[in-house]
Write a protein that binds this ligand. Sequence first.
Ligand code: ADP
Ligand code: ZN
Length: 729
Amino acid sequence: MLEQLKAYFGFDRFLPLQEEIIAKVLSKRDTLVLMPTGGGKSLCYQLPALRFKGLTLVVSPLIALMKDQVDGLRANGVPAGMLNSTLPAQEANQVMEQARQGKLKILYVAPERLALTGFQRFLQSLEVSLIAIDEAHCISEWGHDFRPDYRNLKALRQSFPGVPVIALTATATTQVREDIVTQLGLNKPEIFISSFNRPNLTYTVQPKTDPLGSLLHFLEKHPGESAIVYRFSRKATEETAAELSDRGYSALPYHAGLERDLRRETQEKFIRDQVQIVVATIAFGMGIDKPDVRLVVHYDLPKTVEGYYQETGRAGRDGQPSDCVLFYSYGDRSKQEYFISQIDDEEEQEKAHTKLDQILAFCDLQTCRRAYLMEYLGEPWPKTDCGGCDICLLPREEFDATEIAQKILSTAIRTGERFGVNYLVDVLRGAANKAVRTRGHDELPVFGIARDTDADELKEMVRSLVSHGLLAQQGSGYPTLAVSGPGRTFLKNRDRLTLTRPKHAVAERQARYSQDTNNRDVTGRELAYDTKLFDELAALRLQIATEREVPAYVIFGNKALQQMAFHAPRNEDEFSKISGVGDAKLREFSRPFLKVITEYLEANGQPVNVQRTPVTAPKKKARGISMSIRETKDLIGQGLSLAEAAEQRGISETTIRSHLERFVQEGGQIDLTHLMPSDDRRRNIEAAFREMGEARLTPVRDALGDDYTWEELAVVRMDLRQRQGQGVG
Ligand code: ADP
Ligand code: ZN
């Protein structure tokens, strides 16, 4: 099995549970696999498919992804095909013919096909040896993503008695799990549940004081890398996408109100790295199987912890370190409370309240966020520093909170214990607003007694007092705060109280924190690869992917390129050791990639980082790439042409161009005058961009003809982008 794992998929070992699952499937038992996103579920049916004699049928609702899955398999030398509504009839017939002739090992089908009697007959004509049901939770009405078509699967099961079924999902709740087993009619299934911890994700919650600023800060941490920003409303997605575009980022909105074709196009662009950021409502996600999303931001408060876990789960499927950030404000909380108050059904309303309370508790945590998530998912979690959430990464310090606690509790008592946190903080800070004045609370002796403490800090302390039981929250809609029995005792006895708070001032904190996460690697290992070589390899990857019209990761994942840029393999044998290089990819790609590596070594000597650098060295990928970009930018800024800059740096022109594009995309400004074509040519190119859109160069080049060079087009587009960025930001 290990041999096949390497030969077809290029991996050296199994991920947790994969081997056990595959063994069970091969023994023809029904199996149910519960694994988080990125856990490596696909391999659990793909490898058995290669070992079984006939065909493996894979049912998946994610039509948008099927093509990528099939492309990926084919790139690995696995004969695979798909049948869904996006396929022209003629191609579909071809695929069916191939399947009938036993030429396919894996066939992906969309669930709606299964209801058609003609299709049933077609299936019966095949030698099916395994049925895989992907996203199996779609069969359950309890799940978050019920698909009526999935009810046809029971019939499928019945028409292939004796053929083992493997059902896979990333949804873990017991109810859904039981539903899958009954609805699919699984026969004494072996159930595999892997840990739902996502060790490569770092969870952060920030007060929503300057959300756009914070968002930009996190985007800077991930230059040019894919990001999803979730927003509460359709309108908000468009606003944020526009704000990001104004600052030179490539960002598009996505929500259910957009035309279907446009949505598909956006999704497609995201998967193919033609747009960096998608700002979306939660309608975006199903169908996004991009492995290298490095940042997921919840710009507004999510509705439930489940939803939050699912959405953040879209980050870092490839196992590489990724960030999940949530901006939290009391305003968002009130907004959701308002929506909940509009729910008619009382039971539903109660449920929604409970869910809201749970996500609020998550935001308010002063203890490890991962521990909370794991507990929520019903998984035991040792109470240790997870090293991957803002709480664990930020050491807290104890401080004497006696006086501030007395002030807060007294203010609650003086104002009649009828108000919520915002009002208390207003009185404490001496905000003489209308609400406070009409009640005469500006006359109280407690008015303004905590004037010198920051409002957010005060709010956090109020929350601490609640969690320490000195204040009691009452009511769930707009909870009011009353002093509890222990709170009264505390005041009466003049007890002392110690609380904790973050150790550093905010700015210093963020600097430290981003450094910490940049330095970390999931495996604890650090590949100090040559970033310049990585860029070259990435440019080649992009070129091949574009020629074949597949996403870049179908060719090689970032991890594979990093390994190449670290080990700098010189021959096929060394190349074959890279993770992700199986037989097919070795055959097809070793030559062009080895060529780039060899040429690079000739021009530059050994890779600059052949030995591992100590963890403290500021030699980070993100940083490294942007250093390299900066170098390119400086040369162009000195008036060099692309060819001259390429020569000077010993890298290709394509790479030089992609550096400049990245630099401009990230909002940088550079003088391109000496690269610009003549005015009339420029005008023609600009007109073509206006008509065809800026996302891709090919349509523009097709429209203008060979007389125009790629370089000209790219330069004019950069110039356009720079001017757009300047106009607003
Ligand atoms: P899931 O469907 O569970 O979200 P995937 O099947 O898409 O996960 O796998 C996630 C990532 O892990 C993919 O990039 C895949 O290539 C990679 N992967 C799967 N199995 C292995 C393995 N044994 N070794 C290394 N990487 C693996
Ligand atoms: Zn933690």
